[in-house]
Design a protein around this ligand. Structure first.
Ligand code: COA
Ligand code: AMP
Length: 630
């Protein structure tokens, strides 16, 4: 069956479609029905099945005779090390680690935060939690202690699993001070922390609280896997919303297994045994779905890459890894390709490597700009598939189902909706738009298996954030259009979320941090265009009456404040002191107009603007730092 037939077969019988796909998963008790409708537009998949994620990602492959196949390749150009872990070895490590956690009280229903860099142990920790039915929440290493503290207080982990350090090019990121600082700031305290001591930097341990990973694993008994209900939360992953409080996206166990398994062949076109590589980070959803879970559930070999697209050591790193490990499908963010293209515009590094095993490049996480796609197509001589999805969905909403049928690529479009997603473009009143007309992108409920059923301990927020604007639909937060052929185009966010180097960040959260500066009376943060990172944040601050300190000093403090409280990942490098912010007569800050001014784009004077002269002041301020050029 091709794409159309498959999509139609799902449309004709959505529950039958997913029940059929559920057969590819090994259930302790198979589900008797696909969908449970809880009313009020709340749904769950495979609720009456019993299943274990770790069993499906690890043990079953060993039982089926794939124990000697490599499950994880760790390739770290930063440390200069490479390691291969077979499925049998992974099973052993995970079972012992789960045993060590179980002995310390971690069982089904406990939450565990994982704060780790790109080492295979990060995946082992995730799988060990899944083995016990414990719910993990991985926090990205580039976040500061405050962000970690916010997550500790929200999901109240019994344990935190962390490494002693992460390694950024030229910089060792000591995790322990961040971890200790976060625990000091948080109201909730974990009972214990399990620490992976890395040889690049060993950290001090707190007596009575910190446990050494290797010692605990050595002394433990292996733990059996615990089947959980199909609707049991597999993990929580926090993502940026409009405010400073991140949203705890809940991933349900059964749907996650079924949907991810489906994507590996149908979208990424790999068979069990093939090497699949997603160059992202375990802290993001791409890392959860496509570094850890999907490739392992499907019996592939996954690569954990500790490096950057450039500088570790050069712009040929990606191609070296692809050749050396015979990668079939490669997934990264457009920003990573832009970084490579900038260093190696003529593709000299590409030519040095044998990429004959590679079938396609997959891009997601942010808009894939045409220049980047065309460059990659020309340099690699392979198809480049953009695809669009979100932390909330955990897998592709719209993509090119290359394993099912490679559809013609239209540059600028992530192609078509996947089975499970009925995508509509709606105007403000919720009326469908015609092909080619711009609108909010919404998905008809129910969402497919694997997508979020709710937010962690926050169903009201879930309903308000996603289900209220367009009754009967999930609001994606993205705006765009669909053409006559059903190809989707993603144009912009409809909220205050910006995308910096494929990282989703909230300008609202940054404003909350700036507003906390003692000299700041009010502020606004906008995302301006950035040739490398897609967008980058700029903050505008108005000072309280009577503050007489040099502006540069305050601007520097603002930059440092965001680095300290959100983290280096925010890439917040520019703050500007201004007298006033442009507003509507009702007091709404005109952020979209400010973005247009910064980018040097034409804009229409908002009819409701209070004082147009302020826009000139903003323009002058931006020109001081090289923006707003005519
Ligand atoms: N732990 C600690 N710090 C981290 C970190 C981590 N895991 N990841 C990033 N940082 C830090 C960086 O060191 C940098 O710090 P600095 O301000 O001291 O230089 C800052 O956060 C910003 O990092 P980044 O956005 O990665 O920018 P960069 O300038 O270091 O590199 C790219 C630019 C394009 C090479 C890089 O952004 C990249 O590889 N992007 C790919 C993005 C990606 O995979 N996204 C996943 C979504 S699918
Ligand atoms: P995240 O939840 O971090 O994966 O970010 C999801 C958001 O990133 C989406 O809602 C989009 O705004 C953006 N995004 C992801 N993939 C794409 C894509 N292929 N094209 C355009 N925007 C994308």
């Amino acid at each position: 069956m091709g794409y159309r037939e498959t999509y139609e077969s799902w449309q004709n019988d959505p529950e039958g479609f997913w029940m059929e796909e559920a057969k590819a998963i090994d259930w302790a008790v198979p589900p008797t029905k696909a969908l449970t409708d809880h009313g009020d537009n709340l749904f769950e998949w495979f609720a009456d099945g019993m299943v274990n994620t770790c069993y499906n990602a690890v043990d079953r492959h060993v039982e089926q005779g794939r124990g000697d196949q490599v499950a994880i390749i760790h390739d770290s150009p930063i440390t200069g090390t490479k390691e291969k872990i077979t499925y049998a070895e992974l099973q052993r490590r995970v079972a012992f680690l789960a045993g060590a956690l179980a002995e310390r009280g971690i069982r089904k229903g406990e939450t565990v935060i994982i704060y780790m860099p790109m080492v295979p142990e990060a995946l082992e920790a995730m799988l060990a939690c899944a083995r016990l039915g414990a719910i993990h929440s991985v926090v990205f290493g580039g976040f500061a202690a405050h962000e970690l503290a916010v997550r500790i207080d929200d999901c109240k982990p019994r344990a935190i699993i962390a490494a002693s350090c992460g390694l950024e090019p030229g910089r060792t990121v000591e995790y322990k001070p961040l971890l200790d600082g976060a625990i000091e700031q948080s109201a909730h305290k974990p009972e214990f922390c399990m620490i992976l001591q890395r040889e690049q930097h060993r950290c001090d341990m707190i007596e009575g609280r910190d446990v050494d990973w290797h010692e605990a694993q050595k002394e433990a008994k292996p733990a059996p896997y615990v089947p959980v209900e199909g609707n049991w939360p597999a993990y929580i992953l926090y993502t940026s919303g409009t405010t400073g409080a991140p949203k705890g996206v809940v991933r349900p166990t059964g749907g996650h297994l079924v949907a991810l398994n489906w994507t590996m062949k149908n979208i990424y076109n790999v068979d069990p045994g093939d090497v699949f590589w997603a160059a992202s980070d375990v802290g993001w959803v791409v890392g959860h779905s496509y570094i850890c879970y999907a490739p392992l559930i499907h019996g592939n070999t996954t690569i954990v890459f500790e490096g950057k697209p450039i500088g570790t050591p050069d712009a040929g790193t990606f191609w070296r890894v692809i050749e050396e490990h015979n990668v079939r499908s490669f997934f990264t963010a457009p920003t990573a390709i832009r970084a490579v293209k900038r260093e190696d515009p003529k593709g000299e590094f590409v030519k040095k490597y044998d990429l004959s095993g590679l079938r396609a490049l997959y891009l997601a996480g942010e808009r894939a700009d045409p220049d980047t796609i065309v460059w990659a197509q020309e340099m690699l001589g392979k198809p480049v598939y953009d695809h669009w999805w979100q932390t909330e969905t955990g897998w592709t909403i719209a993509g090119n189902p290359a394993g099912l049928e490679a559809l013609p690529v239209k540059i600028g479009s992530p192609t078509v909706p996947m089975p499970g997603y009925e995508v509509h473009i709606l105007d403000e009143a919720g009326h469908p738009q015609k092909p080619g007309e711009l609108g909010a992108i919404a998905v008809k409920l129910p969402l497919p298996p694997g997508t979020l059923p709710t937010l962690w301990n926050a169903t009201e927020r879930f309903v308000k954030s996603y289900l209220t604007t367009f009754p009967g639909y999930y609001e994606t937060g993205d705006a765009g259009m669909m053409d006559e052929d059903g190809y989707l185009y993603i144009m912009a966010r409809t909220d205050d979320v910006i995308n910096v180097a494929g990282h989703r960040l909230s300008t609202g959260a940054m404003e909350e941090v700036l507003a906390g500066h003692p000299d700041v009376a009010e502020c606004a943060v906008i995302g301006v265009s950035d040739a490398l990172k897609g967008q980058s944040p700029i903050g505008f601050v108005c000072l309280s009456k009577g503050v007489n300190r040099p502006h540069e000093e305050i601007e520097k403090e603002c930059v440092q404040r965001i680095r300290d409280q959100i983290g280096p990942v925010a890439a917040f490098k520019k703050a500007l002191v201004v007298d006033r912010l442009p507003k509507t007569r009702s007091g709404k800050i005109l952020r979209a107009t400010m973005v247009k001014i910064a980018d040097g784009d034409p804009f229409k004077m908002p009819a409701t603007i209070d004082d147009p002269a302020i826009l000139d002041e903003i323009k002058t301020a931006l020109q001081r730092i090289g923006y707003a050029q005519d």
